[in-house]
Design a binder for this molecule. Structure first.
Ligand SMILES: [Zn+2]
Length: 396
């Protein structure tokens, strides 16, 4: 039922059916389980038409009817909400990072049916890395080979998703020149899509996380690296751009330090764990060189003024870039990922105040900052969301 939208021509009858199915499933993912009547209201289609589409999705094992729920007003028949079966629309997710590849099989409802993490050596060039990843992928995805809609491959890299090419990768240079997209496609016989990890995370938040039902938001990662993906009007911003954006390497300090990317004053030079650890070490905080926002938070809560000061400065430096995004795109939801999540609720409240202090009052209204709840699964779920987005022809 792959819905391939040909933007230059009319849709065939089969295409229309696939697009309608895709819209209905997108509505479920956006706004949660719903009865046929509720779905009809959401997508503005008569109940009889919804019934035909839903019958097909039930017969195909994509949706199931859950236990009846009495109507809120107590009048009328209890409705049976529709939701995905535990094995609906399986995606393969392959997430390569500096020293590890995580592989999973993810269903459309967000259930992870199989997973494995394997250490890989990203310093020995793409050929060796490709073989290591393929071996691990065969183990995890192999048993699901005939049921996968596609495979999402994520990398912490500057990519060309349309050319399926890793162009530059500071954390794992051995990924440049990888042939994994075509090799995975050959091995499993399904489309394989390459995406930058932080942009995949944004799609993951839309399908499975706090971005569900929201059309405009940014998912921002503050960890060893700094980056983000932006959803605008329900679409991943830059989906058809030549290259993935490099938010962590936008300049926030004209006299700033040289960054590992070769530029100076990048946001990453002042908002990464590397900055935090250096600042903690300079402040004489025990274990500063390997510290984290979580550890500094605990020290600050116990009365360590130096730890509180480092966290406060860290917040100032995160707020510069987030404030710039508010000014640039008028975004009002920022979902934070990475080690920053350990900094605790007080840090988040202070960070929001710092952001609001950096934006014009009109744009400050309603700005929310939240910690992601997808935790360690955010990249894997993001890679699966890349597949679902393309497969259903949704928000692409
Ligand atoms: Zn840089």
């Amino acid at each position: 039922m792959a819905a391939r939208r040909n933007l230059r021509g009319l849709l065939s009858t089969a295409d229309v059916g696939a697009v309608n199915r895709g819209r209905l499933l997108q509505s479920l993912i956006d706004d949660g389980p719903a009865s046929r009547a509720e779905l009809g209201r959401r997508v503005n289609v008569p109940r009889a038409s919804i019934g035909v589409i839903v019958s097909g999705l039930l017969a195909d094992g994509i949706l199931q009817e859950d236990e009846p729920v009495p109507p809120a007003d107590g009048i009328g028949k209890p409705a049976r909400p529709l939701w995905f079966t535990r094995t609906a629309l399986l995606s393969g997710a392959v997430a390569v990072s500096r020293c590890c590849v995580e592989i999973a099989v993810v269903a459309a409802g967000g259930d992870v049916l199989a997973r494995r993490a394997v250490a890989v050596d990203t310093d020995r060039g793409p050929d060796r890395l490709d073989q290591e990843v393929l071996r691990a992928a065969a183990d995890v995805l192999g048993p699901f080979r005939d049921r996968l809609c596609g495979i999402g491959l994520s990398a912490p890299a500057l990519c060309s998703p349309t050319e399926r090419e890793v162009v530059a990768c500071l954390p794992a240079p051995g990924l440049v020149g990888t042939r994994l997209p075509e090799l995975l496609e050959q091995l499993f016989g399904v489309p394989t899509l390459l995406e930058q990890d932080v942009r995949a995370i944004a799609l993951g938040e839309k399908w499975f996380g706090l971005g569900r039902g929201r059309r405009d938001f940014a998912a921002l990662q503050f960890d060893v690296g700094v980056g983000g993906g932006i959803m605008l009007d329900g679409h991943l911003w830059g989906a058809h751009a030549r290259y993935t954006m490099q938010l962590g390497h936008t300049c926030v300090d004209v006299d700033g330090d040289r960054c590992k990317c070769g530029l100076t004053g990048c946001w990453e030079t002042v908002a990464s764990l590397r900055w935090l650890r250096r600042a903690a070490a300079v402040a004489g905080i025990p274990g500063g060189r390997t510290t984290s926002p979580a550890r500094l938070h605990r020290r600050a809560a116990a009365g360590d003024a130096a730890a509180a000061a480092v966290l406060d400065r860290y917040g100032d430096q995160l707020a510069i870039g987030i404030g710039n995004l508010v000014q640039l795109l008028s975004l009002d939801l920022f979902v934070l990922h990475g080690a920053v999540v350990g900094a605790g609720p007080d840090f988040l409240a202070a960070l929001r105040a710092k952001v609001l202090a950096r934006v014009m009052p009109e744009l400050a209204t309603g700005v929310e900052l939240v910690y992601s709840r997808l935790d360690q699964d955010s990249v894997l779920l993001g890679a699966a969301a890349v597949v679902l987005t393309r497969y259903l022809g949704a928000a692409a």
